[in-house]
Design a protein around this ligand. Sequence first.
Ligand SMILES: [Zn+2]
Length: 102
Amino acid sequence: MTFDEKEKAQENKQLLLIKQNGKCLYFKECHTDFVKDNIYPEAAHIIIDSKVNIRKYGYEILRHPLNFVLTCKNCNSKAILNPETQSGKNHIQMIKDAIAEE
Ligand SMILES: [Zn+2]
């Protein structure tokens, strides 16, 4: 990642932290409050940035802020959507729409 990309990733993390009230996306299951518990959040990809996915969908989609959620270590893999499933396809379409409106 370039310096700018890193800066942008940090910024997105801050925005997600506010959006998720400083908690893990799966707070109901794990009760992780990043702020209260002093735990560093992980930015989890919803569509993972595997080589195949990068080739198929491109960085613009995979690195889009909408493709991330904040989770604790234990919940990181729960956020993943398979891009071949209907909910995965819907998710990608939602990002495409957002990019078109930018
Ligand atoms: Zn969690």
